[in-house]
Ligand binder design. Structure first.
Ligand code: KG4
Ligand code: ZN
Length: 378
């Protein structure tokens, strides 16, 4: 079925998202109004492996999709009969995981003769900033009342991506910079693992950092005259700090050991977890968070000035970080928009929002659309 040349303001989209470890379905009206937003997280299953296992993720999506879609449709009076179009993430992400949602969405669209569009997951994170958390009619005089106005600078910081982009119009992006190694979220996850703080690392580091304001300083990779980022050196600096402390402690421990009766050739035991090591980890978590936030904020603010942006849009899972949100708001010369935390991490409402503006631009995909695990923004 073809889409109308001008979309009615209540054009209602059913969207699916399965690019990583969240099985999500949402219904969004007019590109901004959330009717339903259902997310089934697999995090408890992957936590025991310390990261997302792709095959496990695909299997879980297949198991969860029918009930997640049904739960979303149950929140729309009339259900599927009142859906005007269907969308799904087609990349970037895990190939097998993407396939499950893309095929489910295409099947629904085909069975109901509805228009279908594939959505870029990174673009969708940015479009979470178009979503309103309450019916649009209730939003008068709130910062969410108006849709963002171009030109905009978007800072996308997720588990898989870190980039700064200039948005000149719907679907018109200029990539200003991106990470040369780890994504910001990936850096949080890896550093947390080194510090023994668990998975996912972002919230764990934020929580630990709140216990210790200072005491340790870590370097910042500025990559001068570039909007690019680099976080892998920071992760190594965390490792060196931990090893340095362990070496110092084992020297003290072996000095204090009674010499007689010491078993020859035995490596010194790891220092027992105690209050001073808890404090050290909290200081390290604080320093790590400060370093990441400082570089992200400085480059986003510079880009907003250089391109006369009307606002900075924060997006992606790391946008849930409280320190990043507050520092960006404090240092930005223009308003900062960031989605509520539930819409920063993976969800399908953002997929529907991005799809609305694609359909409004006359775009539509055929059944041959395949997953693109390495899809880029621009
Ligand atoms: O966007 P997202 O849900 O999935 C991807 O598309 O990658 O982002 C997940 C990432 C994880 O790396 C997680 O550690 C990070 O977002 N994250 C945070 C916080 N909450 C989630 N990072 C820093 N602080 C947080 N509060
Ligand atoms: Zn994401």
């Amino acid at each position: 079925m073809l889409i109308p040349s001008e979309l009615p303001p209540d054009f209602t989209i059913l969207a699916l998202e399965t690019s990583c470890d969240e099985t999500a379905a949402a219904i969004v009206r007019g590109g901004r109004e959330i009717v339903a937003n259902v997310v089934a997280s697999q995090i408890d299953i992957h936590r025991r492996y310390g990261g997302v296992v792709p095959e496990v993720a695909s299997r879980q999506h297949i198991l969860a999709l029918p009930s997640v879609v049904a739960a979303a449709l149950a929140q729309l009076p009339g259900g599927l009969a009142h859906i005007d179009a269907v969308a799904a993430t087609y990349g970037p992400g895990l190939a097998g995981a993407l396939l499950t949602g893309l095929n489910a969405a295409k099947s629904i669209a085909w069975a109901r003769d509805l228009p279908f569009v594939g959505v870029n997951h990174i673009e969708a994170h940015i479009y979470a900033n178009w979503l309103a958390t309450a019916p649009l009619s209730n939003l008068a005089d709130t910062p969410q009342a108006d849709a963002p106005q171009f030109p905009l600078v978007a800072l996308v910081v997720s588990g898989g991506h870190t980039l700064l982009a200039l948005l000149e119009g719907h679907g018109r992006y200029r990539l200003l910079g991106q990470t040369r190694d780890d994504a910001a979220g990936e850096a949080f996850d890896k550093a947390a693992r080194i510090m023994g703080l668990g998975f996912p690392g972002g919230p764990a580091i934020q929580q630990a950092a709140a216990q210790a304001p200072g005491g340790v300083t870590l370097p910042r990779a500025w990559l001068r005259d570039s909007y690019d980022f680099s976080f892998s050196g920071l992760k190594t600096a965390v490792l060196h700090q931990i090893e340095g402390r362990q070496n110092r402690e084992s020297r003290v421990a072996s000095k204090n050991l009674p010499q007689r009766g010491k078993a020859p050739g035995l490596a010194p035991a790891a220092p027992p977890a105690d209050r001073s090591s808890d404090k050290f980890i909290a200081q390290l978590a604080f320093a790590f968070q400060e370093s990441v936030v400082d570089v992200l904020v400085t480059k986003a603010v510079d880009a907003a000035r250089a391109y006369s942006a009307t606002a900075i849009l924060l997006a992606g899972g790391v946008a849930a970080n409280a320190r990043l949100r507050s520092e960006l708001a404090r240092r930005s010369p223009v308003p900062v928009r960031c989605p509520p935390i539930a819409l920063c991490t993976d969800n399908a409402a953002m997929i529907a929002a991005a799809a609305f503006y694609r359909f409004a631009d006359g775009q539509q995909d055929g059944w041959e659309l395949d997953v693109q695990p390495n899809l880029r923004l621009a």
